[in-house]
Design a binder for this molecule. Structure first.
Ligand SMILES: [Fe+2]
Length: 587
């Protein structure tokens, strides 16, 4: 999509000198200079093809008969924003997501497609890269760095070392994504160390994930060349990492919102913030519509006291400095790619116009660039490799009349602990009980199509429904079914097989709400608006019927996630995360 600076220098030089004419000149810019942290009035910017050739008081020498001249009328002009870490393999296709991001002034996305790889391996990674190309936004990718989460239990696909090496040869693949099981680094797990070494040898970036690491363990991690983290949830964690030379991506997204906890202390401590960025880590459709994207981080930071130019620098330049892309992107200066935002008002931080590579893509708050839907390989829509279910597939049998069951007790939608419940068998079966809030929970290997599955009990869910099923779960992507009724669990599972993925809520044999995720079982091929409405209906239905938590879609999403305590369910069994051992549903 973009030119290289190496092949553009003669042309840029000629325009700067007035020997060649610009394609586009922006006049009367109130330029937010991220290099000097000044606002410079009455600036003129000359652009040829997709790069900036001249920035200064008078670009008249670059204007020819074919040059488009736009009077910005003293509005604020800043570089495009970047999200340095997000999972865009969620909810909607990249072609739908980028529309929302561009409206928020985000012109570069640094994607970590971990769940695509978990479902579809290297073939999926390569196909997914194509879906991010030729869009009017910059999408850079990293090779997922956290798979398998725990080889002892994980069933997900991951890349081999040679596939990782091949992947980073692609010009848009920058390195390794969040290496989130940091113990693999501190224990010097052989594959992880080889992967990191190989990335360093090829001068690739490695993104970090250091939740819970400190002191010597954090030192060991950082000494391995992993220089960023988006996990700090308070200022002390930010400071400890900055002091060790790390870069911090302050997370403000659908999984967590940490900005308010961190920015006030950044200000009161007067720390050097050249190494601070904002990231989303992933946004659900309702959140991006309600809050926005990186524009929201800039807005909120300004409200918390940060100077607009500093917040904008964190949203733009710092990201490209981190990714070693500062010669091409991050600011408005000669030689840089012309990713430019124009704001009416610095309080609103909603760009009126967005240019990517000198092309207008947003005007008056509307997308004006054509964004075509990409063709998806048919195999990507056949990833739920399961046979038709009957209620008998969800039986838990016991010869004993009274049993003590181990349950997955939901403390929040995400955090679990091991619970126990005295249950009684009826005709040799242990049943779920809505009255006592004891549910069945099942995980099926839908990726490889083996018969591997596990069934156990879940506690403290609370909704008056028969079943809730989903094919999207971090980063195993088993089909997870939570249910109070075996027949409804079968109906939900069969509905998902028919749609080849998604979330569904069933009661008394009826589908109450569904969110089809036909692409790899984790992304919908529908429009953003339709996905948004289906997503809202899923959560509202379960909440309205009495669920104890406000965001129930997170329950199947996190149930197999081995990186969090205390008990998880995967198709291979129920796992005690701390002890790293399987536990049986019935003692
Ligand atoms: Fe992440």
């Amino acid at each position: 999509m973009n030119s290289s600076l190496a092949t553009s220098i003669s042309s840029l030089n000629s325009v700067a000198m007035g020997d060649k004419k610009a394609d586009l000149v922006l006049k009367n810019c109130n330029l937010l200079s991220v290099y000097t942290r000044e606002t410079l009035p009455k600036i003129q910017i000359a652009i040829i093809h997709d790069r900036i050739a001249y920035v200064g008081p008078d670009a008249s020498h670059t204007i020819g008969p074919k040059t488009t001249v736009i009077d910005v009328k003293d509005k604020y002009v800043s570089p495009g924003f970047a999200d340095p870490h997000l999972h865009i393999d969620q909810f909607v296709l990249p072609s739908e997501f980028v529309k929302q991001a561009l409206l928020c002034g985000v012109t570069s996305l640094f994607s970590d497609p971990i769940d695509i790889v978990s479902v579809a391996g290297y073939k999926g990674f390569q196909e997914f890269l194509k879906l991010g190309e030729d869009l009017p936004i910059r999408i850079f990718q990293v090779v997922p760095g956290g798979l398998p989460v725990d080889a002892k239990f994980s069933n997900s696909n991951s890349l081999t070392l040679s596939q990782e090496k091949s992947a980073v040869k692609h010009p848009h693949v920058l390195g390794l994504g969040e290496v989130f099981s940091w113990t693999k680094v501190t224990l010097r797990e052989p594959k992880t160390m080889k992967s990191i070494s190989s990335m360093l040898e090829h001068d690739c970036i490695i993104n970090g994930h250091t939740a819970g690491a400190s002191e010597k363990k954090l030192n060991a991690y950082v000494s391995s060349g992993i220089l960023s983290c988006h996990e700090p949830i308070n200022f002390d964690q930010v400071l400890e990492r900055l002091r060790l030379g790390m870069w911090i991506m302050i997370r403000e997204g659908s999984i967590r919102r940490d900005l308010k906890e961190i920015i006030p202390y950044v200000l009161s401590h007067g720390i050097y913030f050249n190494r601070l960025m904002f990231c989303s880590d992933g946004l659900d459709p309702l959140d991006i519509a309600k809050f926005g994207h990186i524009d929201h981080c800039v807005r909120e930071s300004i409200k918390l006291g940060l100077k607009p130019i500093d917040a904008i620098t964190m949203a733009s330049k710092n990201n490209f400095d981190y990714y070693n892309m500062g010669k091409d992107l991050g600011g408005i200066a000669p030689g840089k790619l012309a990713d430019i935002l124009i704001f009416d008002d610095l309080k609103l931080i909603k760009p009126n116009k967005v240019y990517v590579g000198g092309k207008l893509v947003v005007s008056n708050g509307k997308i004006v660039s054509s964004i075509r839907k990409k063709t998806i390989s048919p195999w990507f829509k056949k990833t739920v490799k399961l046979k038709k279910f009957s209620k008998n597939d969800f039986l838990i049998k016991s010869k004993k009349k009274d049993v003590l069951a181990n349950t997955i007790f939901m403390q929040t939608e995400i955090i679990t602990k091991i619970g126990s419940a005295e249950l009684h068998s009826r005709e040799g079966q242990i049943l779920a009980s809505l009255d006592s809030d004891i549910w069945k929970v099942a995980a099926f290997d839908r990726i490889h199509g083996t018969n591997q599955h596990s069934i156990g009990f879940l506690e403290n869910f609370g909704a008056d429904i028969g079943a809730f099923a989903s094919t999207w779960s971090f980063h195993e992507n088993d089909m997870i079914v939570v249910g109070s009724d075996d027949s409804d669990m079968a109906v939900a599972s069969n509905y998902i097989i028919k749609n080849q993925g998604g979330l569904v809520v069933v009661k008394s044999g009826k589908i109450l709400a569904s969110l089809p995720l036909q692409f790899a079982g984790i992304i919908s091929t529908d429009s953003f608006e339709k996905v948004s409405s289906n997503f809202e209906k899923i959560n509202n239905t379960i909440v309205d019927l009495g669920c104890r938590f406000s965001r129930p879609h997170l329950i199947p999403l996190f149930l197999p996630f081995l990186a969090l305590p205390s008990v998880r369910i995967l198709s291979g069994g129920i796992v005690d995360v701390k002890k790293r051992s399987y536990i049986q549903p019935i003692n």
